[in-house]
Design a protein around this ligand. Sequence first.
Ligand SMILES: [Zn+2]
Length: 344
Amino acid sequence: MVKIKFISNSLSKKHSCGMFHPESAQRIEVIEEWLHSQKDDQISYEILDQSASKEDILVTHSLDHYSLIKRSQGQTGHFYFDGDTAANNYTFEAARQAVSVGKKAIWESDSNTSIFALVRPPGHHATRASPGGFCIFNNIAIATELALVQKKFQRIAIIDFDQHFGNGTAYIHEKNPNILYFSTHADPRISYPGCGFVDEIGIEEGRGYNVLVPLGYRASEADLQIAFEELIQPIIFQFKPQFLAISAGFDAYERDPIGVLGVTVDGFSVIGTYIKQIASELKIPFAHFLEGGYNIQSLPDLVSSYIAPFIQDQEKRSHSLEPSDQTIATVNRSKGLLNDYWQL
Ligand SMILES: [Zn+2]
């Protein structure tokens, strides 16, 4: 069992992408309300008011990207980067704070406490050169890259179960054999960002270190389960990371307003069970980064379901649902593509 320490950035509720936007401050508000009502001493919550340095952000982002976000400061109204992603006067500072919480999550999670970076804006779609998909700076990519550059760890694995492919994270690290990136996400033909096919396994030195499992419409935890058992577990146990960073998105939920997958509330406990098992087998610390998840009413239940296996000694498997033929074929295709790099 581990304690989960939630840490939010103090400006998380001030950043806005616009009225009626699904990536809203309410997402943090409802989780915060649930945290305040918690009596479980395995869970704690704090707010951090600290901004990452420009140097830390430039470890993965271009100066143009950084300067573009900075220009949104002091503007009235919204500053649009694309049709989906915008900033207000608070965004630059909120995003710098989110990066800072992410760094702390990797530096301070240990065998007793796992930090959950409860941050806005999210990060996994932000690429080296641009914001996108509601993301400004790539919190998880920056924190993991910094941990390698500053020699905190030599090898890190990232598991991203958000329903959207974390294109920013995958492409930032695609040449890096010291970061293993694993993602389950909706098939790019039916979902943003339109990339993240099974054959995108990394490039140059990083070939074999991106493991992508696109899933069909309404795929459930049974589909994630086979991806964990047949791909991520065998690969991660061979890779032997010293830290596990999780992009925790809750939009794979069957009732997400912008999602297309079919994971149930209990399904997030299935995901948590696999993550706990991997971390305990490898005896490594792990941390979580909030990405998507837009069903405001259900978000606290989804987060609670996901962390249950960590704070209680309960385990959950999906027995009632079956993986689809499409997922079985995708997993087999992935094994074929990755066979030169891992024993599968
Ligand atoms: Zn998402």
